[in-house]
Ligand binder design. Structure first.
Ligand code: AKG
Ligand code: FE2
Length: 598
């Protein structure tokens, strides 16, 4: 069991509510766990200093809207990156000893229900299952079962349909898998995730054939007991098909990678999806007071971190734990600016309270609205990231036409339209814009489809034929939602500053074939293939479909491939640093938008 943070440990940040100090896992690398524990205790005891973070905003919101006051109650303790409690951060970093110590003390969760979904939808039990520590699985299980008063927690799925046993299998955590089965029974081995994979399947895919065999046997026994033989998991897992050879496993994993890639491409295709062609404005999603508060929080974070702050930037590591309280944020070191960035923004998780508020609002209101207007089942929509952009003539004045890396996007104007000139979310062709006022969608739950296109500021001169972009100008607190695959950008701000909060939302697409069907197809294709592929090269027929396609831009960007893969299947996002802004786009700066007409 490691006693120090390894370089591969998740980089996570923690901002103390009392002193505003930031404690990064990065700072704790190569230090003993006891150091982290001491750091935590120091802050949890409020030994650090006086409060720096401002109080929540005045609440003038309508009763049904989310407001910071409605956000999970502050518990006087620390909040971690993505609002996961310290216990989750420790589990993600495989810090078993420290996690057990926190659990034993009843600390580390800070009021969060032990089976509440964390970032990406996993629960603490999912995370504990990965560690392969039986005491940790048992402790987490007991705590979670006590919260729910039932054994439901072992069945709980992440959005990708993975149970804790799937997680254990995918991480080769044999002891944890056994502990989970002991608690929840062998029927757990029958569960299928959204890819149609049983835990046994995942174990084999991740190279643990022994665990795969054990789980397949458990599944076969459970299927036999449940249905008199041959349940779903029995197929392909039981005796009939036999275990895969090394070569078959290799081919299958190559196939899966190619399939994930093409599925992702497919998921971003919008041909024939009429509902995605219109943009929508949710009027007054946030009140003026809420917008001001979110902006203040963001500016506060930006004053400490700098815009475009990035954890790989050495300057951001200067904010270490156990630092004495600072009197003024002005004295803090600024994160170094990255040159050649196309945007000027800050990841919202750097302003934790604002992020918590925005995430609640996104999940409870905006994403359901997206589901309705774009006709996509709610359970398929996942929030990928949120950040605030600052546009001004002196820094970044506009954003070139691009497609986002996700299917859906939204943006909320945080300051007043009178604070700047120009701006607006611009589209390359005229699109229908539907607006709904707060009352309509809040109280009647209806989507009003009144066309309310607020303006089409085109290129200067000429008639409508000369227009080169069509701008939607929201008011402060309005949320513009649209398909991120429609070419769009941000109009030039010619005066003042425009602040928008942007969030990206993905639609999850399930595999059409079950692994069993896939394997049968692979085998029949392989047996009919004329030539034998070279040892280390995937068979030609396997690569042919994707090789014909142009390489995806993201593939050449460090860090981007991980993001691409997590769109499907394993949905529990690791606690990753928000990538640099330019990684968010598929087509970066196809062209700049023209200046707004004077
Ligand atoms: O600023 C805007 O209105 C649009 C921003 C945008 O498209 C993006 O950040 O991807
Ligand atoms: Fe965009």
């Amino acid at each position: 069991m490691p006693t120090v943070m390894t370089p591969s440990a998740a980089v996570a940040a923690h901002r103390c509510k009392h002193c505003g100090g930031i404690l990064l896992h990065a700072d704790l690398r190569h230090r003993p766990v006891s150091f982290m524990d001491a750091a935590l205790a120091h802050h949890l005891r409020r030994a650090c200093c006086t409060p720096l973070l401002p109080a929540p905003p005045p609440t003038t919101a309508s009763p049904t809207s989310t407001s910071p006051a409605a956000a999970p109650a502050a518990d006087g303790a620390a909040r971690w990156l993505d609002f996961e409690p310290p216990l989750a951060a420790l589990l993600r970093a495989q810090q078993v000893e420290a996690a057990l110590a926190l659990l034993a003390r009843g600390e580390g969760t800070h009021g969060l229900s032990l089976d509440a979904p964390l970032c990406g939808g996993a629960t603490l039990l999912h995370l504990a299952a990965r560690t392969d520590s039986v005491p940790l699985v048992d402790a987490t299980y007991s705590a979670a079962a006590a919260t729910r008063g039932s054994q439901d927690c072992v069945h709980r799925n992440t959005p990708g349909g993975r149970t804790p046993l799937h997680e254990a299998a995918a991480h080769g955590a044999r002891q944890a898998a056994a502990a989970l089965i002991a608690r929840g029974g062998e029927a757990l081995a029958l569960a299928l995730d959204w890819e149609g994979c049983t835990p046994a399947e995942l174990a084999r895919r991740h190279g643990d054939r022994a665990l795969g065999g054990v789980l397949a046997e458990a599944a076969a026994r459970a299927a036999g007991g449940a249905s008199g033989g041959g349940g779903e998991a029995g197929e392909g897992e039981g005796e009939g098909e036999g275990a895969l050879s090394e070569e078959e496993l290799k081919v299958e994993s190559q196939w899966r990678r190619a399939e994930l890639k093409s599925r992702r491409r497919l998921a971003l295709k919008i041909e024939g999806r009429e509902s995605l062609r219109a943009a929508h404005i949710l009027r007054q999603i946030w009140t003026v007071a809420e917008c001001k508060w979110v902006l203040e929080q963001t500016l506060d974070a930006a004053a400490m971190e700098g815009w475009q702050a990035c954890l790989s930037c050495p300057a951001s590591l200067l904010h270490v734990s156990l630092r004495p309280p600072f009197a003024s944020t002005a004295s803090l070191p600024q994160a170094k600016r990255h040159e050649n960035h196309s945007t000027f923004d800050i990841a919202l998780w750097r302003a934790p309270a604002a992020f918590e508020f925005a995430r609640t609002s996104l999940v409870s209101t905006i994403i359901p609205a997206m589901s309705r207007v774009f006709d996509i089942p709610l359970e398929k929509l996942v929030l990928r990231e949120a950040f605030v952009i600052r546009y001004s003539p002196q820094t970044q004045a506009s954003l070139g036409v691009h497609r986002d890396g996700t299917l859906l996007s939204c943006n909320i104007l945080l300051n007043q339209p009178s604070d700047f000139e120009g701006g607006g979310t611009c589209f390359s062709w005229p699109i229908e814009v539907h607006a709904s006022d707060g009352q309509t969608w809040r109280e009647r739950g209806e989507w009003c489809t009144t066309a309310d296109y607020e303006g089409s500021s085109g290129a200067s001169g000429g008639g409508s034929g000369d227009k080169t972009h069509w701008a939607v100008h929201g008011r402060q607190g309005d949320c513009v939602i649209h398909c991120g695959q429609i070419p769009h950008g941000a109009g030039t701000v010619t005066k003042g500053v425009r602040f928008v909060l942007v969030a990206f939302v993905d639609e999850l697409v399930m595999a059409e074939e079950t692994p069993h069907e896939r394997r049968s197809a692979l085998r029949s294709r392989a047996s009919s293939a004329v030539s034998t592929p070279a040892d280390d090269a995937p068979p030609e027929w396997l690569l042919a479909p994707s090789a014909a396609e142009p390489p995806e831009e993201a593939a050449s960007i460090p860090g981007a491939s991980a993001r691409r893969c997590i769109s499907f299947g394993a949905l529990d996002l690791p606690t990753v640093v928000a990538p640099e802004r330019k990684l968010r786009y598929r087509d970066v700066s196809i062209k700049r938008l023209p200046q707004a007409p004077s």
